[in-house]
Design a protein around this ligand. Structure first.
Ligand code: ATP
Ligand code: MG
Length: 838
C-alpha cells in the first residue's frame, strides 16, 4: 500500500485511475491462528481492485456483490455485510441498491471497520463481506454471529473507502479525491466455492497435505495435533518458497528473520510428525506443480530456493534436538517447583545458542501451558547487544548521531559536487571532535570536518569513501575517509602541519583522483559483472552485497554451486568484450517509476529516494546506483576475476580487479613464472610436467628414507625398547618420533617374537602437531593370561583425546594430545596388571 500513497494523497497522477491486482502477501500477525483456524495463512494471494479518484462506494459495493453472486455464483442468502458505525452512505447502497435486508447488515467500530495506513495519512471506513459457512462450523456460543472469531462466518472481502487524510492532531480532512481499495483472499474464496471445510482442503493445498500424510504415515482428520502440523507445513513451505523466490535471504532481522522463523517453525512441526533429515525441499516440486505456472519465479529461482532451504534446515537440525532437550528439562525443573514461567536467560540461550526464534519458544511453552519471562529475555538480549557493541572495533564515529541531526536541521544536506568535480571549494560548517562540536582545531589528532559543499564521495552502496586533501589558509588537511550521516557528509581529517582552522574558513578540496579513477573502474566493472553472471549462470543470480575499493571489487550473489573454470572464463570474456566495445555510459536521473519502467535493476534491500540515478551501459546493463562510474567502458582497461568462493547460505563471492591492477597482477605472475622456469631449468610449457616429476621424486625419496629408518629401527629395536617385568609378563615400551603406524606394527612383530609372554606398546609422536599414534600387541601366551590389547588401546586413546581399539592381540589408535602420552602409558601398565589378576 505504501508505494501507492502518493496516488491517494493526490500528489501524483496514477497512470491508470482504476487498477485490479493479485498480490502475494506474507503476514505473520495471524501466525498463531495459522493451522488452527480454517482461514489464516502466512502466505496468501489477495485479489483487489483500486480506484484513485474514479469510482467510489456505490460502484465498489454493487460490483462486489455482482462479482460474488453472479460471476462466482455464491448463494446471496449466505452473504452478510458489515459497515462502519455511522457510514449511512454504505448502508444505503447495501440496503436500497443491493437489497440486503437490515438484519444482514452489521455496524462495527473502528477496530473492525476502519482502515489506517499509519498514524497519519490516508484512511477511511470499510465494509466487509462475510459468508455464512453453516451451522456446523459455529463455535456454538450464544453470541456467535457475524464478526465471531470462529469459522462459521468468514470474512472474504474487505472494501475500504479511503477518503480521509488523518493529521497528527487526529483531525480527518478529506483527501483531494475519493478512493477505493479492496482485498479478497483467494484461498478463502476457493474454500467457499469448492465447498470444503477449510482452505487447506482446496486444490491449492491438497497435494501438499496429502504428501505430508503419506510421508508421516498418518491420515488427515484423525488427530487434531497431527492435522495442525500438516497444515502448518503446507502453509509455511509456501511462504518460505515465495520469500526466497523474491530474493529474501535468511537473517537475524527484517524480512530475512521472518523467513528464518517460518522455515524453522516448519521444521519443528515436521519433527512432531517424526520427520527425519531434510524434508522441506521435498515440497518444492509439488508447490511448483500447483503454482509454478503463474509464478514462474518458483521455477527460475528453484536452485537457489533449494540450496538455501537445505542449508538453513541443516543448520537448525543440528541444534533443534539439543535445544528441545534443554527446553524439556527446563520445563520439568520448573514443574517440580510449581512454576509456570520460562526464565529470560533460558529463552535467550535457546535463541542465541540453539537458534530458536523466541516466537517458537513461546509457542512450545504455550503447548504446555507455560508463559515466557519476556522482560527477562529483553534484558538478556540488551546485555548481549551491549557486549557486542563494546567488543566491536568498528567505531565508525565516536560522535553521537544527534550532532548530525542538529546539523541537518541547521543546514539541510551537504551539497555533493563529486560526480563532475574532483576539486572544489567549500566553507567549514562544523568541526567535530569526540567531545562534540568545536569552533576551531589545533594540533594533530583526528577530527571530523563538515562543509557546505564537497566533491568527496561518502561511502555508500558498497563504494568506499574518497580520500585526499583540503587546503585552508596555507595549511594542509589530510582527508582519511568520507562517511555519510543522513544527509550530512563528514570527512575524517588530520592536520598535517602546525596551525589553527576555524568554523567559517574557506577550504579548497582535492580528491585523490588517481585512487578515485580506480574506484570508478571497479564500480562500473561491478555492474558489468552483475549482468555477465546473469548471462552465464542464469537469471536467478541476484546481488547480495558488494564492496568497491581502489584495489579490487567484491561481489556477493545468490548461486547454489561453485562456478566452473569455464563459467569464470565466460564471464571474463563477456566483460572484457564489453570493455573493448568502449561504450559510453549514460547516467540520468528519474523518478522511481520511470526507472522501473526502463527496466533498471534495483537492489532488494536498498532504500531509494524519490529521484533515482540510473546508470546505463547501453544494450548491456542498467542499474539504479548513486556511485561513481567511468565515462566509457573502455576506461576500465581490463577485468580479471581473482577468486570465487562460497560465503554460505547459497551465496557466493567473487573478488576481481580492473585497470592497472590487472597489469600489476600479470607482471607479478610473469615474474613468478620466470623465476620458476629459471629454477626448474625448463620453459613455460615444461613447467607443469617438471613440477609434477619433482613432486613424484620427492614422494619416492620420502618412502626410501622411511624404509631406511625402519630398517635401522628393526635391526636395533632392542636399543629403543624399555623392558619391564610385570607379574610374569614382559612389557616392552617404545617411543618414536614420526613413525607411521604400519612401521610400528613391523617393529612390534619383531619384538613380540620373544619366548616369554609379552606385551609390546609402541607410540609415535608427531613433531609436526604433537599428535600421537599408538600400537599395542600381545603374544598368544599373554592373551591366554588375560591381556586384551583392544581395551588397553581404547582406554589409552581416550586419555590422548582420540579413539582406538582392535583385537586382543593387536590394537591401534591415536589422539591429538601427545603431551599426555606418559599418562596414557601409565594407564596401560595399570590395566595390564588388572587384566592379568583377573
Ligand atoms: P481477519 O480478520 O479474518 O484476519 P483481516 O481483517 O485481517 O481478516 P484484511 O486485512 O482486511 O483482513 O485483508 C483483506 C482480505 O484478505 C480478507 O478479507 C481475507 O480474505 C484476506 N486475508 C487477510 N488476512 C489473511 C490471512 N492471514 N490468511 C488468509 N487470508 C487473509
Ligand atoms: Mg487479520
Amino acid at each position: 500500500m505504501v508505494p501507492l500513497k502518493p496516488y491517494y494523497l493526490g500528489i501524483k497522477e496514477p497512470e491508470y485511475p482504476r487498477v485490479v491486482t493479485s498480490q502475494k502477501c506474507v503476514r505473520t500477525n495471524d501466525i498463531e491462528n495459522v493451522g488452527r483456524t480454517a482461514r489464516h495463512h502466512t502466505f496468501f494471494e489477495m485479489l483487489g481492485n483500486f480506484s484513485w479518484g474514479s469510482y467510489f462506494k456505490h460502484e465498489a459495493i454493487t460490483w462486489a456483490w455482482e462479482f460474488l453472486t453472479e460471476r462466482v455464483g455464491l448463494d446471496p442468502e449466505r452473504l452478510y455485510a458489515t459497515i462502519y458505525l455511522d457510514d449511512d452512505e454504505a448502508y444505503n447502497v447495501w440496503h436500497n441498491e443491493v437489497g440486503l435486508p437490515e438484519n444482514k447488515i452489521f455496524r462495527f467500530g473502528q477496530d473492525d471497520n476502519y482502515w489506517f495506513m499509519g498514524d497519519t495519512g490516508p484512511c477511511g471506513p470499510c465494509s466487509e463481506i462475510y459468508y455464512d459457512r453453516g451451522e456446523k462450523y459455529s463455535c456454538g456460543k450464544p453470541t456467535c454471529g457475524v464478526g465471531c472469531d470462529c469459522d462459521r462466518y468468514m470474512e472474504i472481502w474487505n472494501l475500504v473507502f479511503t477518503q480521509f487524510d488523518r493529521q497528527k492532531d487526529g483531525s480527518l480532512p478529506l483527501l483531494p479525491h475519493k478512493n477505493i481499495d479492496t482485498g479478497m483472499g483467494l484461498e478463502r474464496l476457493a474454500s467457499v466455492v469448492q465447498d470444503v471445510d477449510t482452505d487447506y482442503e482446496t486444490d491449492l493445498f491438497t497435494p501438499l497435505i496429502e504428501y505430508t500424510c503419506k510421508r508421516a504415515g498418518i491420515k488427515y482428520g484423525e488427530n487434531a495435533k497431527n492435522d495442525m502440523a500438516v497444515r502448518v507445513i503446507a502453509d509455511h513451505v509456501r511462504s518460505v518458497a515465495f520469500m526466497l523466490a523474491d530474493g529474501v535471504l535468511p537473517s537475524n532481522d527484517g524480512p530475512g528473520y521472518v523467513l528464518r522463523r517460518l522455515l524453522r517453525r516448519a521444521v519443528r512441526f515436521g519433527k512432531l510428525l517424526n520427520f527425519d533429515g531434510l524434508f522441506v525441499c521435498e515440497y518444492l516440486p509439488i508447490l511448483i506443480d500447483i503454482m509454478g505456472d503463474p509464478y514462474r519465479e518458483l521455477i527460475t529461482q528453484r536452485p537457489v530456493i533449494e540450496q538455501i532451504i537445505n542449508l538453513e534446515e541443516e543448520k537448525f537440525n543440528k541444534t533443534l534436538k539439543q535445544g528441545t532437550e534443554l527446553f524439556e528439562s527446563e520445563i520439568a525443573a520448573l514443574k517440580s517447583k510449581g512454576l509456570k514461567e520460562i526464565p529470560g536467560d533460558v529463552i535467550f540461550t535457546l535463541y542465541d545458542t540453539y537458534g530458536f526464534p523466541p516466537e517458537l519458544t513461546r509457542e512450545m511453552a504455550g503447548e504446555q501451558d507455560f508463559s515466557l519471562d519476556e522482560d527477562g529475555f529483553k534484558i538478556a538480549m540488551n546485555q548481549q547487544r551491549e557486549r557486542a557493541r563494546a567488543s566491536s572495533k568498528q567505531k565508525k564515529s565516536a560522535l553521537a548521531g544527534d550532532v548530525y541531526t542538529e546539523l541537518e536541521n541547521d543546514y539541510g544536506s551537504t551539497v555533493f559536487t563529486g560526480y563532475e568535480k574532483a576539486t572544489d571549494s567549500g566553507k567549514i560548517l562544523a568541526l567535530l571532535t569526540p567531545e562534540g562540536r568545536v569552533d576551531s582545531i589545533k594540533g594533530s589528532s583526528e577530527f571530523e570536518i563538515i562543509l557546505d559543499t564537497t566533491p568527496f564521495y561518502a561511502e555508500r552502496g558498497g563504494e568506499v569513501g574518497d580520500i585526499g586533501e583540503m587546503k585552508i589558509n596555507g595549511l594542509t588537511l589530510k582527508i582519511l575517509n568520507t562517511v555519510p550521516h543522513g544527509k550530512i557528509i563528514a570527512h575524517t581529517a588530520k592536520l598535517e602541519s602546525e596551525g589553527v582552522i576555524n568554523v567559517g574558513d574557506e577550504v579548497v578540496c582535492f580528491v585523490n583522483n588517481e585512487r578515485r579513477s580506480a574506484i570508478r573502474r571497479n564500480h562500473t566493472a561491478t555492474h558489468l559483472l552483475h549482468e555477465a553472471l546473469g548471462r552465464v549462470l542464469g537469471r536467478h543470480v541476484r546481488q547480495a552485497g558488494s564492496l568497491v575499493t581502489s584495489e579490487f571489487l567484491r561481489f556477493d550473489f545468490t548461486h547454489h554451486s561453485p562456478m566452473t573454470d569455464s563459467e569464470i572464463a565466460d564471464a571474463e570474456r563477456i566483460i572484457n568484450q564489453e570493455i573493448l566495445n568502449n561504450v559510453a555510459l549514460d547516467i540520468s536521473e528519474h523518478t522511481k517509476d520511470e526507472a522501473q519502467a526502463l527496466g533498471a535493476k534495483a537492489l532488494f534491500d536498498e532504500k531509494y529516494g524519490d529521484v533515482v540515478r540510473v546508470v546505463n551501459v547501453p544494450d548491456f546493463s542498467m542499474e539504479l546506483c548513486g556511485g561513481l562510474h567511468v565515462s566509457r567502458t573502455g576506461d576500465i582497461g581490463a577485468f580479471k576475476i581473482l577468486r570465487e568462493e562460497s560465503i554460505g547460505s547459497g551465496t557466493r563471492r567473487i573478488l576481481a580487479t580492473t585497470g592497472m591492477n590487472v597489469l600489476v597482477m600479470m607482471q607479478k605472475l610473469f615474474a613468478l613464472r620466470n623465476s620458476l622456469t629459471a629454477l626448474l631449468m625448463t620453459d613455460e610449457d615444461g613447467l607443469k610436467d617438471k613440477a609434477a616429476a619433482l613432486v613424484e621424486d620427492l614422494k619416492v625419496l620420502k618412502n626410501q628414507i622411511q624404509a631406511a629408518k625402519l630398517k635401522e629401527l628393526l635391526e636395533n629395536s632392542e636399543r629403543f625398547l624399555e623392558r619391564e617385568e610385570l607379574d610374569g609378563v614382559l612389557l616392552q615400551t617404545g617411543r618414536f618420533p614420526d613413525i607411521q603406524a604400519n612401521m610400528l606394527r613391523d617393529i612390534g612383530d619383531k619384538a613380540r617374537a620373544r619366548p616369554e609372554p609379552n606385551v609390546v606398546i609402541l607410540a609415535s609422536l608427531s613433531t609436526d602437531d604433537n599428535s600421537c599414534q599408538l600400537v599395542v600387541m600381545a603374544d598368544d601366551n599373554a592373551v591366554n593370561m588375560g591381556i586384551n590389547a583392544g581395551i588397553l588401546v581404547k582406554e589409552a586413546c581416550a586419555i590422548l583425546g582420540g579413539k582406538g581399539g582392535g583385537r586382543k592381540n593387536l590394537a591401534q589408535g591415536g589422539g591429538r594430545d601427545g603431551a599426555r602420552l606418559e599418562e596414557a602409558l601409565k594407564k596401560i601398565h595399570e590395566l595390564v596388571k588388572t587384566q592379568i589378576s583377573k
